[in-house]
Design a protein around this ligand. Structure first.
Ligand code: HEM
Length: 519
């Protein structure tokens, strides 16, 4: 009898919660649009959901981008989901993604609706960040600064020699490992290459490999990435965060934030004690100048500077490092493609010197290999945006504040857009000399979104291509690669970032004698 009472009470609470959730849902999502043009539009179709939690179980599924892909192939490219009462629209085709990311990118220019983030005071996922800030004056100011001082073509040209030094260290490490017949942990070495290059580019004289600070940054980046999925889910289900246990890992986030804070405070102090007003000022010098200038166009705080550095480390290092790892794995599994690439490099670079950044524009097959790697293994499979205003997409009504989840993984493998979508075929990206292929090229570009797109698309795309190009080029030009077994295992971890479940570890076999090459 007692058991029956408990069950009954449980059911009653459950039904109440369900009704409450439906009530909230209708208040948020089914709110009638004020714009008469939108009034006739219905909502996108919705797949079956569970009581109370709605589609939350799908968000929590591993890997969610694959569950979403299945869902969209069954129910359509635009679906409305909900996590409790939070409206979410799932976007899974190139043309719908194009609406959200490019055509209506002003309306979808923010990743959240500007409500206070859950970890208000944290440098990581907090309120000081640039990546999470809603579209507006601060974002525009910082974007201008980032392009001018770090990621634009002029500043990339200015910092080429700095990256060249890191590339030399990377090559020396590979030849050394080859000589000793030792295994290279490719992901780890790529993190070193990308992270050290970014540290040199952003804060020049500080944060070196020698004093262990670069190692510290890499550790923090890895730790931060492991917290991303939990944070993303918690932000989507915002008001229910306590319910899903964000308090359990809030402490973890604050600990990581504190460690970043200590490291960056030390680097800031070093810069303040030895100010550099010359031509070779690094990004930290520039930001500190803006911070101290009362007449600056935008007043930025010390915490905003620190958060920006945290985000640059996160956005710039793991993205490139993971992608390089996937691409090398694909090349090892496709020796005929590796050979074709090597031939191209040898015909363009010659056999007297090793590949450099300046060779990259002359290597179209290498570009195609990188694009195909990005297509199959997009580092960020789900792109998140927020609808600032109610609007219409694909004839359906999208309510104000709806979270848009663009499934880049599904778009990049959509069989309607890509022939043999599961196959690694770089040739698909080779530009055709034939006339009349322009439409095809435009269509290809439309569906190619591993860097996102529109005004909130990746700001570091060119730098990403440089990192990938020189690393892949060096590994193909200078070495053969020995692995355990016949094929590299391409299983994914299923996390929010596309990571190899079995990190690529292989032995380089030098094809050339570095001593006989020009440096
Ligand atoms: C292979 C390398 C890379 C990949 C695959 C990649 C991918 C992405 C993606 C998918 C986004 C979100 C775009 C969107 O929402 O539409 C993004 C944003 C961003 N990325 Fe990258 N990225 C790479 C390299 C870099 C590098 C090297 C940097 C800089 C050091 C960088 C800086 C940024 C920044 C600052 C944003 C935020 C832009 C904004 O909110 O306005 N990325 N990236």
């Amino acid at each position: 009898m007692a058991a029956i009472t408990v069950d009954f009470q449980f059911c009653f609470i459950f039904i109440l919660l369900w009704l409450f959730s439906l009530f909230c849902l209708s208040a948020f999502f089914f709110k009638k649009p004020k714009d008469p043009q939108l009034q006739g539009c219905g909502l996108p179709p919705s797949p079956p959901s569970l009581p109370v939690i709605g589609h939350l179980h799908l968000l929590l599924s591993v890997p969610c981008y694959k569950s979403f892909q299945k869902l969209s192939s069954k129910y359509g490219p635009l679906l409305h989901l909900r996590a409790f009462n939070i409206p979410i629209v799932l976007v899974s085709s190139g043309s719908m993604a194009n609406e959200v990311l490019r055509i209506q990118d002003l309306n979808f220019g923010s990743r959240n609706n500007g409500q206070a983030p859950i970890m208000e005071k944290s440098l990581l996922f907090g309120s000081f960040g640039f990546v999470s800030v809603p579209y507006g004056d601060y974002w525009r100011f910082m974007k201008k600064l980032l392009v001018k001082k770090l990621l634009g073509s002029h500043s990339l040209e200015q910092t080429r020699l700095l990256r060249g030094k890191e590339l030399q260290t990377f090559r020396a490490m590979l030849f050394d490992k080859a000589a000793k017949n030792e295994t290279v942990d490719v992901g780890k070495e790529m993190m070193k290459l990308t992270n050290n290059s970014i540290c040199r580019m952003t804060m020049g004289r500080s944060c070196s490999e020698e004093n262990g600070e670069a190692e510290q940054v890499r550790g923090l980046v890895t730790k931060s990435l492991s917290l991303t999925k939990k944070f993303l889910i918690a932000s989507i289900v915002g008001q229910f965060s306590k319910l899903v246990g964000i308090s359990l890992f809030g402490k973890e986030i604050m600990e990581v934030s504190q460690r970043y804070d200590e490291l960056l405070e030390k680097i800031i102090k070093e810069h303040e004690e030895n100010p550099n007003n010359g031509e070779d000022r690094d990004m930290m010098d520039v930001l500190l100048e803006v911070c101290a200038d009362d007449n600056a166009e935008f007043k930025i705080s010390r915490n905003q500077i620190k958060a920006l550095f945290v985000e640059i480390f996160l956005a710039g290092t793991d993205t490139s490092a993971q992608t390089i790892q996937w691409i090398l794995a694909e090349l090892i599994n496709h020796p005929e493609i590796l050979e074709k690439l090597r031939k191209e490099i040898e015909s363009v670079v010659g056999v007297r010197r090793l590949i450099q950044e300046t060779d990259l524009p002359n290597l179209p097959y290498l570009q195609a290999v990188m694009k195909e790697g990005l297509r199959l293994h997009p580092h960020t499979p789900i792109l998140v945006r927020n609808a600032t205003e109610g609007c219409k997409i694909g004839g359906y009504y999208i309510g104000q504040n709806t979270t848009m989840m663009v499934n880049a993984y599904a778009v990049l493998r959509d069989p309607d857009s890509w022939e043999y979508p599961e196959e690694f075929q770089p040739e698909r990206f080779m530009t055709s000399p034939l006339k009349g292929k322009e439409d095809e090229k435009a269509q290809l570009a439309l569906n190619f979104i591993p860097f996102g797109s529109g005004r909130r698309g990746c700001l570091g795309k060119n730098l990403g291509y440089i990192f990938m190009g020189v690393a892949i080029g060096t590994m193909v030009q200078g070495f053969d690669w020995r692995i355990n077994g016949d094929k590299v295992n391409m299983e994914e971890t299923g996390e929010m970032t596309l990571t190899m479940a079995h990190p690529l570890k292989c032995i380089p076999v030098a094809r050339i004698n570095p001593a006989s090459f020009d440096p």
